[in-house]
Design a protein around this ligand. Structure first.
Ligand code: FAD
Length: 282
């Protein structure tokens, strides 16, 4: 791999380096360097953005939590603010790779790589962050679901970088759950991932947000299940109907990790975990 590695110290230098044609931004490098080694990408310039980002990486604002794109999964998993307001995001961060990887891999890289099996995207699809994108001429905000358009595809324009995520605080009445089904617990890409946040009152579901990964071209929200279960109890009949609805929402493929049929069965079985708040991702 022959390329020029550049480490700008501020945004002005970053934007000027991004004026050249053939570049790739680098955060932790855990996706980028793998793709370059496999010859899927061969940029002339690799621009490390980690020096450009000022601390603090995770900051409490009045009604929001702001997370810099270069926050690593270890920083997210250990953050008191994230554990307090968004436990599902802390759980998904802990499910990424193993400790060494979590110390390198960033949330911004996970988002911009846009894999349908990216762990943090499950939590983020539940939490609806606004992404802050910056170029030399403007700053814009875009909802995560509008940013990711397909496997590995995003609305990131040339000359732009993802600066941060702004997530509105949600009621502390929600329970949070994340589960990753793979062949082993550490350093594995999932066969199916599911997460939800749930607000219940006297056994009746008031609000449910449910997301699935690795069973469609992007992470998805299972909105038909959410709508069906809201206002209902989690009894056998409703869970059985919700399982049917999940199957209609997903479009899994067969690959080396599992067949489409197996993924469909796993996705349906995970519906039984709704209302059971024991995280089993670790
Ligand atoms: C052994 C191994 C195990 C893994 N296990 C998991 C796992 O369990 N779960 C999981 O979800 N992923 C896993 N991954 C994938 C990877 O670690 C994650 O996707 C990680 O979050 C990528 O972040 P990064 O900082 O390393 O990104 P990089 O590799 O630096 O960048 C990834 C892509 O995003 C772009 N990019 C990065 N940051 C920005 C930014 N701020 N603005 C614009 N573009 C940007 C880069 O140009 C590149 O195209 C694994 C990878 C490896 C090698």
């Amino acid at each position: 791999m022959a390329f020029e590695l550049l480490v700008p110290e501020d945004e002005e230098a970053l934007f000027s380096l991004m004026e050249e044609k053939d570049y790739r931004l680098l955060a932790g490098g855990t996706d980028l360097y793998v793709q370059m080694e496999k010859d899927l990408l061969s940029p002339d310039r690799v621009i490390d953005i980690t020096e450009v980002m000022a601390e603090p990486k995770i900051e409490e604002k009045k009604e929001k939590i702001s997370i810099l794109a270069t926050a690593t999964f270890q920083e997210i998993a250990e953050s008191l603010l994230i554990n307090r307001y968004f436990p599902v995001l802390a759980q998904s961060a802990l499910a990424v790779g193993a400790t060494q990887l979590r110390n390198m891999a960033t949330i911004g890289g996970n988002i911009c790589n846009a894999s349908p099996s990216a762990d943090s995207l499950i939590a983020l699809y539940l939490l609806n962050p606004e992404l802050v994108l910056k170029s030399s001429s403007r700053e814009r905000q875009i909802a995560l679901e509008d940013f990711i358009t397909g496997p590995g595809e995003t609305e990131l324009f040339r000359g732009e970088y993802l600066k941060s995520l702004e997530i509105s605080k949600i009621s502390e009445d929600f329970s949070h759950y994340f589960e990753k089904v793979g062949r082993r617990n550490a350093l594995d890409i999932s066969v199916c991932t599911m997460g939800y946040i749930l607000k219940e009152e006297d056994g009746i579901i008031e609000e449910l947000r449910l997301a699935y990964g690795a069973v469609a071209p992007t992470v998805i929200r299972a909105t038909s299940v959410e709508e069906y279960l809201e206002g209902k109890r989690l009894n056998q009949e409703n869970v059985a109907e919700a399982k049917k609805l999940v199957k209609s929402e997903i479009s899994p493929i067969s690959d080396i990790r599992g067949s489409a049929e197996y993924r469909e069965k796993v996705a349906a079985r995970l519906v039984e975990k709704i209302g059971n708040n024991t995280d089993s991702s670790q």
